[in-house]
Ligand binder design. Structure first.
Ligand SMILES: Cc1cc2nc3c(=O)[nH]c(=O)nc-3n(C[C@H](O)[C@H](O)[C@H](O)COP(=O)(O)OP(=O)(O)OC[C@H]3O[C@@H](n4cnc5c(N)ncnc54)[C@H](O)[C@@H]3O)c2cc1C
Length: 387
């Protein structure tokens, strides 16, 4: 396993911090109040090359790997910002990199690395299937040199700010395959063409500024060459991509937690009530210390999961546990920070209520805590499958 130290990726962390300094809390507050997309921030990150660290050098990226990517995302969140507007540009391409044809790789990866093409929409979740991905109903039927796609996705984030979408659809009905995971395929959808030809995007207003949408497919015609890998094998292809996503989002949670802990400690040192700093009371300092310990523990698991991923070793358990523990640590830190600030925690100018809302998402998406606990019970502890 790669050795982990606090100073790991020092130069990258410093570079990311410099970018984030150009986007202070007032920038995020304004966008949040308007539910607007952080285009300037995304452009700055794209131009810096930080979104292309997972793309190998031969395709124009820096090929640094997932551990470097976790450092980037953690720093963004630790600065008070939010990488959700563009984090998928880093990892969604992984399915093409690992399972795409030579033609697909050379056609798309260099342009994704430069930012000319945005591939940051990932259409998996559907309204009726929920967490049970094998029950998705969106279907793609082969017709000559095309597939005809019909169905609906929900919570497809960033589809309005993406040129391409990675889509999961059934190419064989669930009843006709021997294993429920079979018969699912992955397609690369060019959203620029699709908007004219049978795809509709409907934004979903939410409690956070996340640019998430519903997407409807009505006889959308997609060239057969946009199928990624072999028809029917798609579920397997997206699993390693999902591990990357979980590890990276866990790193964002670690960043959020560190932001809350720093904010709370600083306030607790300065705020004087009853003639003493509130941080002198154990009732205030213990929750901060507890959040700190939980965050450090989660961070170690993030580092372990990233190191396993970068060494091409199985990392499903570690990726899931890292996401669960980090999202719980950031949730705990968020609650602690609100409580430490008393009434001021609710004031928008302090950013706590915004970050509180933002980090809460990660106990639900991209996979909710119960599903991770079920995975650990079934696959690691060899307990009977509960559902
Ligand atoms: C802001 C936002 C952005 C998102 N972005 C994307 C995206 O870009 N692409 C995408 O494909 N999806 C996206 N999602 C969807 C997200 O991945 C799902 O919301 C998440 O996986 C949970 O699925 P669900 O909402 O259908 O909940 P459900 O599956 O309906 O579950 C509801 C609750 O029941 C629990 N539950 C379900 N089954 C069991 C069981 N067997 N045992 C115990 N508990 C159970 C769950 O843990 C959960 O708490 C996003 C969601 C949100 C809110």
């Amino acid at each position: 396993m790669t050795e982990y130290t606090e100073d790991y990726f020092t130069d990258i962390r410093e570079g990311v911090r410099n970018i984030c300094e150009q986007f202070p809390n007032t920038y995020w507050q304004k966008l949040d109040s308007k539910r607007a997309y952080p285009s300037e921030f995304v452009k700055a990150l794209t131009d810096s090359g930080y979104l292309a660290v997972l793309i190998p050098e031969e395709f124009g990226g820096s090929g640094l790997g997932l551990a470097a990517a976790t450092a980037i995302l953690e720093e963004i969140h630790k600065s008070g910002g939010n990488a959700a507007a563009c984090h998928a540009q880093m990892y969604t391409m992984g399915t093409i990199l690992r399972h795409g044809s030579t033609k697909q790789k050379s056609k798309y990866l260099p342009k994704i690395a430069s930012g000319e093409l945005r591939l940051q929409a990932f259409g998996v979740t559907e309204p009726t299937s929920g967490s049970d991905t094998t029950r998705i109903l969106t279907k793609a039927i082969r017709e000559g040199d095309n597939y005809i796609i019909n169905g609906q996705k929900i919570w497809t984030s960033r589809s309005e700010y993406s040129d391409l979408m990675l889509l999961l659809a059934r190419t064989s009905p669930r009843e006709e395959v021997t294993k429920r995971h079979n018969g699912i395929s992955v397609f690369l959808i060019d959203l620029r063409d699709a908007i004219e030809g049978g795809l509709t995007i409907q934004p979903i207003p939410t409690m956070i500024n996340h640019a998430t949408t519903e997407v409807f497919f009505d006889d959308l015609r997609v060239p057969a060459e946009n199928l990624v890998g072999t028809e029917g094998e798609g579920f397997r292809y997206i699993l390693d991509g999902m591990n990357a996503e979980r590890i990276l989002i866990a790193a964002e949670c670690v960043g959020d937690a560190r932001w809350f802990i720093e904010k709370a400690s600083s306030y607790a040192r300065d705020r004087v009530v009853f003639g003493r700093p509130i941080g002198q009371n154990q009732g205030i300092q213990f929750p901060i210390a507890r959040a700190y310990a939980a965050t450090e523990a989660a961070d170690l698991l993030v580092a372990k999961a990233a190191a396993l991923f970068d060494s091409n070793k199985p990392c499903g358990a570690e990726a899931n546990m890292a996401k669960m523990l980090a999202s719980e640590a950031s949730g705990q830190a968020a609650d602690m920070c609100m409580q430490t600030h008393g009434g001021f925690g609710f004031a928008e100018e302090f950013d706590i209520e915004r970050k509180f809302r933002e980090t809460r998402l990660y106990q639900v998406a991209p996979i909710s805590t119960n599903l991770i606990l079920s995975y650990i019970a079934e696959h690691i502890l060899d307990l009977p499958r509960s559902y």
